[in-house]
Design a protein around this ligand. Sequence first.
Ligand SMILES: [Cu+2]
Length: 164
Amino acid sequence: MTRLLTRAAAPTLILALALTVAACGQETGETTTPETTESEFAFGSPADAADADRVIEIQTTDALTFEPADITVAPGETVTFRLSNDGALVHDFTLGDQATQDEHEAEMSEMDGMAHDEPNVATIPAGETVELTWTFGDEGTVLIGCHQPGHYAAGMTGRITVEG
Ligand SMILES: [Cu+2]
């Protein structure tokens, strides 16, 4: 009688174990799936100056403005921004969506104006000219901001419209 019960229970036990293993395997697979993205940035990707379709010159000023502050580019266009600074104040040119601008504004106030080392950010010391090359993605709006202390809050921002 005991042997009969054991025989009958064995396949059920094996099935239960198999299901448990399958469930665990699936769970592990989900948690270890790497996050794969085409670009580190949602608003395009860094590019080489040699691949630029166009150069756009922008002045950064002691009046805390970008001139021009309104720029239009084509989807997929690679642009070199030639950023000049004829004033006495250091500026930066941070390219990104609103989330990126907010993030950099918070970082800069924490870091006391330390320079960035990120491909979407260029620092332009007084009297210098710096270049940043970027390939834009799909139609939309990408923002420009200067996150030197106080500049962004004072309105040192710009807008790049990606359309065409
Ligand atoms: Cu500035």
